[in-house]
Design a protein around this ligand. Sequence first.
Ligand SMILES: *[C@@H]1O[C@H](CO)[C@@H](O)[C@H](O)[C@H]1NC(C)=O
Ligand SMILES: *[C@@H]1O[C@H](CO)[C@@H](O)[C@H](O)[C@H]1NC(C)=O
Ligand SMILES: *[C@@H]1O[C@H](CO)[C@@H](O)[C@H](O)[C@H]1NC(C)=O
Ligand SMILES: *[C@@H]1O[C@H](CO)[C@@H](O)[C@H](O)[C@H]1NC(C)=O
Ligand SMILES: *[C@@H]1O[C@H](CO)[C@@H](O)[C@H](O)[C@H]1NC(C)=O
Ligand SMILES: *[C@@H]1O[C@H](CO)[C@@H](O)[C@H](O)[C@H]1NC(C)=O
Ligand SMILES: *[C@@H]1O[C@H](CO)[C@@H](O)[C@H](O)[C@H]1NC(C)=O
Ligand SMILES: *[C@@H]1O[C@H](CO)[C@@H](O)[C@H](O)[C@H]1NC(C)=O
Ligand SMILES: *[C@@H]1O[C@H](CO)[C@@H](O)[C@H](O)[C@H]1NC(C)=O
Ligand SMILES: *[C@@H]1O[C@H](CO)[C@@H](O)[C@H](O)[C@H]1NC(C)=O
Ligand SMILES: *[C@@H]1O[C@H](CO)[C@@H](O)[C@H](O)[C@H]1NC(C)=O
Length: 609
Amino acid sequence: MKITLQICFLLILHLFFHISSSQFLPSNTTGYACNLSQTASSCQTYAFFTAMGPNQLDLASIGDLFSVSRPMIAKPSNITSLTSPLVPNQSLFIPLTCTCNSVNTTTNISYAKINYTIKGGDTFYLVSTTLFNNLTTYQSVELVNPTLVPINLTIGQDVIFPIFCKCPTKTQLQNQINYLISYVFQPSDDISSIASRFGSTTESIVEVNGNRTIRPTETVFVPVSKLPELTQPAPINVSNSQRTTERTSAVIGLGVGLGVCGLVLILMGCFLAYRESVWKKRVGRKKDDGESKKNEAGVSLMADVSDCLDKYKVFRVEELSEATDGFDDRWVIQGSVFKGYIHGKPYAIKKMKWNAYEELKILQKVNHGNLVMLEGFCIDSEDASCYLVYEYLENGSLYTRLHESNVDMLNWRTRLGIAVDVANGLQYIHEHTRPRVVHKDVKSNNILLDTNMRAKIANFGLAKSGCNAITMHIVGTQGYIAPEYLSDGIVSTKMDVFSFGVVLLELISGREAVNIDGKALWVEVHENFNGKEDKHIHNLKGFMDDVLLKESCSIDSVMNVMSIAIACLHRDPSKRPSMVDIVYALCKSDDLFFDISQDGLSPRQVLAR
Ligand SMILES: *[C@@H]1O[C@H](CO)[C@@H](O)[C@H](O)[C@H]1NC(C)=O
Ligand SMILES: *[C@@H]1O[C@H](CO)[C@@H](O)[C@H](O)[C@H]1NC(C)=O
Ligand SMILES: *[C@@H]1O[C@H](CO)[C@@H](O)[C@H](O)[C@H]1NC(C)=O
Ligand SMILES: *[C@@H]1O[C@H](CO)[C@@H](O)[C@H](O)[C@H]1NC(C)=O
Ligand SMILES: *[C@@H]1O[C@H](CO)[C@@H](O)[C@H](O)[C@H]1NC(C)=O
Ligand SMILES: *[C@@H]1O[C@H](CO)[C@@H](O)[C@H](O)[C@H]1NC(C)=O
Ligand SMILES: *[C@@H]1O[C@H](CO)[C@@H](O)[C@H](O)[C@H]1NC(C)=O
Ligand SMILES: *[C@@H]1O[C@H](CO)[C@@H](O)[C@H](O)[C@H]1NC(C)=O
Ligand SMILES: *[C@@H]1O[C@H](CO)[C@@H](O)[C@H](O)[C@H]1NC(C)=O
Ligand SMILES: *[C@@H]1O[C@H](CO)[C@@H](O)[C@H](O)[C@H]1NC(C)=O
Ligand SMILES: *[C@@H]1O[C@H](CO)[C@@H](O)[C@H](O)[C@H]1NC(C)=O
């Protein structure tokens, strides 16, 4: 019974997808078999990729799609300029980490796992055929994501796209075949044209792929001893003339990139530019406009940060491993962040995959007391990992402090101080960096507290996705994400303002951003604080943290912060205050507090100004 149902379901799925699929399905639709007794379990390889779609005509968006940095594509592809736009149908080599994965008891298939976040209108078929240019198939996507229902995808859901690849066997390696390039067979191709294009031979291609008719859209593995050099069009010069003419609100991401063959620490810069008017109109965005600005910023960025390498201490892997007892679970702070002592000093050590490099190096460009400081880094080429080493903050995250610890509840003065600190940090990244930086993941988890309860903003890990992400990836945390970003993917400093408003609500109410029923705190506030202002004070008493009520702190001060929070949470981003306004308004709240408490100025109050 159960099996019949499953078969019916599969049939329906197939019918659904076949409507739009061509009759030329590759014969190895679910992937290409691998055998661990013949090949390594993983290898570095490349896929030949043709930049086609209108959203793919720059290295940054292709890098984002495949989770690699621009230099990692530029180098093997013989491209010298990271910022020049690509021409339609430009050829690229995309680096892949190919692994052999077991799908059931009898079969293992090899692919590179690429994370993709679903956006509106996506289906497995469309993403495979249009974005990944048939380097995978929807059947294979279904196979490696068995828990997902292909006809019921939700926006923001993470899906693994298995990019077909193969690792050379031991015999092939002995015969100087170092890579099997993944190439999608085109209607105009035949084996001998592919052989001459990649500097391979017809015989060796047949040997790897079998002596059979290869159909268009099927992946062919081209054995080569070294990557062929691609001929690229001359880079298009980017005009710098209008760089200073317009104020743009830009999103920039700086990433640590680890080159394929060694230590290449490079800055990934990318951004989206929008005029203020875009917020008002939302529709009818002019793509070309944004594109040209993107390039300008990339150019200036590369110039600004070329000296980043020598600012930091380079740690050895052994040092970090020793500091954390070999990255033992006991030392985990959160996720892949470990606490470790090096020469007696505690550090927070964040471990990343070599192709993740997403953690942003924004911190090396900005330097502010309310941003967590990066102390150094480490690259482990053997394990293909990269580590960022940060200052360690004793009092953990604001989230833990507010929602998970029963001891030592934060009083209103401390909470206000934390709000001012975070506002100062955000104001700094929004106003004093060019192009502007948007954090994109402001939440109590990413606000850390030092011994003096001063707050610092951490985790710029998502800011990178901001680069190309206008429609590609929805990132962020439920309960903090601004509605316009969720619906339209619009990135601006005002989305950080929104998230900051949610943090203020947490500070006032002591409650989590999303309650156990999945309802966002800000939605509740929209419902309860929409009427006349004079009712707000009454509602506020019901909303406030009991700890604060008992403390009998100044209700005016709390109400002032509540009004700021409500303003931050305005549905229309253009109506939200800027961080500059917020810092000013919060300091006023601080004054209100001290007018009443009358116990003099604390050191932190002085610092907050
Ligand atoms: C593709 O599938 C055919 C059988 O359908 C098999 O003979 C061939 O070896 C497969 N190719 C690869 C590269 O796995
Ligand atoms: C894997 O390779 C070994 C030795 O080369 C062979 O004995 C075995 O049958 C292969 N397994 C599969 C599933 O092809
Ligand atoms: C398939 O993968 C499993 C685990 O990954 C491994 O134990 C097994 O030997 C593999 N089989 C083949 C034929 O490679
Ligand atoms: C790019 O390639 C596609 C298909 O191969 C073709 O239809 C299109 O005309 C090409 N575009 C350019 C600008 O060469
Ligand atoms: C395992 O998966 C492969 C590829 O999808 C399929 O051809 C094969 O029939 C499956 N075997 C079993 C026992 O399910
Ligand atoms: C891909 O997504 C999964 C699940 O969301 C996550 O655990 C994994 O770390 C991601 N991998 C990369 C390389 O980002
Ligand atoms: C991928 O294959 C489908 C048919 O299977 C075809 O319609 C589509 O144009 C192909 N995409 C590319 C980029 O070649
Ligand atoms: C689709 O997914 C949502 C949440 O992921 C679930 O609530 C809903 O029941 C699903 N619908 C179907 C038809 O499976
Ligand atoms: C492929 O098979 C055809 C006939 O089936 C044969 O004539 C040809 O020589 C074979 N090619 C190779 C390289 O084995
Ligand atoms: C690779 O790029 C360089 C510089 O752009 C160029 O001189 C060279 O001809 C290119 N190689 C090939 C094979 O086109
Ligand atoms: C591009 O700009 C550089 C200097 O900015 C100049 O030397 C070069 O000739 C320009 N190239 C083209 C094709 O305009």
